[in-house]
Design a protein around this ligand. Sequence first.
Ligand code: FAD
Length: 379
Amino acid sequence: MKKVVILGGGVAGTVTANNLATKMADEVRNGEVDITLITDNPYHIYEPGYLYFIFNRLREDELKRNLEELLDANVRLAIDRAVKIDTENQRVECESKSYDYDYLVIATGSRITPEEVPGLKEAGNWFYDLQGSMRLRSALTRFRGGKIVISVIGIPHKCPVAPIELTFILHDFLKKRGLREKSEIVYTYPANKIFIMEPVVEMIQPMFDERGIEYRTFFNPMEIDAKEKKIITLEGEEESFDLLIAIPPHKGAEVVIDSGLGDKGGWIPTDRYTLKVEGYENIYALGDATNIPVSKAGSVAHFQAEVVAENLVADLSGIEPTAAYNGKTFCFIETGWEEATYIRFDYSTPPKPVVPNKLLHFLKVAYNKAYWLTARGLL
Ligand SMILES: Cc1cc2nc3c(=O)[nH]c(=O)nc-3n(C[C@H](O)[C@H](O)[C@H](O)COP(=O)(O)OP(=O)(O)OC[C@H]3O[C@@H](n4cnc5c(N)ncnc54)[C@H](O)[C@@H]3O)c2cc1C
């Protein structure tokens, strides 16, 4: 029997497991293949929902599903925390037991590390996990005017466009509550422009200007003075705030770092076409966990999962795998309370944003519901 272990129950792990289980249903049933998904959280989280949750537009129960309900019946689910990936002995060591593998898929995602910036945990807010989103939601409810700073601290981070979306929605949210004129919105970015992709900058920057949203570039927070409520940057600048919404620094999973499989940031060196971990013929990595220079986005994880599942089918059938990921990325960008645009690109085609409109916003809202079908592999 060939054993496939998939580590991580986010988009990348879940979609890979479901695609593989569908394609290998007969082999699993007759005992030739075993598919085990190991994850440390019994719930699958729809992280894009945090952007809506903080404005009271989605409830907590709409952000998560029991993973057991989402997985194909041919996938064995193990709720356990991996502590070491032992590539020599082809084994994943978890807190309660070890799992041998013939093929391993690492889909452990990324995590936020606010503790890396002194003062950020005390004085900052974020919407990149549930606890942070709850705290920010109540801070927004209490906000009565003043200066809000949205600060992207470090690249890469999940969903590169989420801070831009938050800024636009926040502008409309304050307007609706009669607070925009009593408020200043400042957006800061670590690079020399407000976003890494020039076509997006060309569209977004004039929209910031029209709305009176200020921005600072080359802005790298080094410390937050929680008492004085100001950000101190590496470049020697200071920016005061009444409400700080930060995108905290990100790192790869601890198990990746502890197993010596990550680079400095804990990202796994991975071939950008085959999605094989460099130096290993039987280990794939995908989603946020890799060092591939594409967006850390659910859509990327989803497209990559299709490639990994197809290549695993070839591996398990004794055929040379040939499926390749071409960099395909798709992201909606909410540009306000009721309008959106999108970008679609790959390794050879740059994005061409379209004029924002209401229909695209409603498509995104519909996708927030349809997501659960895509995670099951049904869409
Ligand atoms: C606010 C916000 C908005 C976003 N908006 C969008 C959007 O509009 N569109 C889009 O495409 N993307 C968006 N994203 C990004 C998207 O959510 C992520 O890119 C996606 O979740 C990555 O999927 P993944 O499976 O690689 O990682 P994750 O979803 O992070 O899953 C990793 C899994 O690994 C498990 N795990 C980690 N370590 C261990 C361990 N040691 N042992 C066992 N299990 C472990 C975790 O519990 C988790 O289940 C957004 C993200 C955020 C935070």
